[in-house]
Design a protein around this ligand. Sequence first.
Ligand code: ZN
Length: 107
Amino acid sequence: MRSPPPHTRKIARERIAILFARAREFFDEDPAVSRRCVALARRIAMRQRVRIDRVFRRQFCRHCHAFLVPGRNMRVRIHRGKVIVTCRECGRQMRYPLEERHETREG
Ligand SMILES: [Zn+2]
């Protein structure tokens, strides 16, 4: 298997961004649509071997892949310099370092 040409990956990233935007847009109306958008975005990422940007990765549950919206189906707490996100769909947690500095700039 050869890796896809760079422009394919660029398109893949754009499609992923669009899917996450749509997921947010549809969430109030039908969270199932949002979930499908996440599934599709993940499939594109896998197929084109691109990473889903961190901003997007944090918008869905790592465990059950539900699209997450703070205050709706996601609870966010800061604890000891960590962001603790609880998914209310499956009840499981994700922890992230409280970023800032490096990594924030991209491209
Ligand atoms: Zn979950």
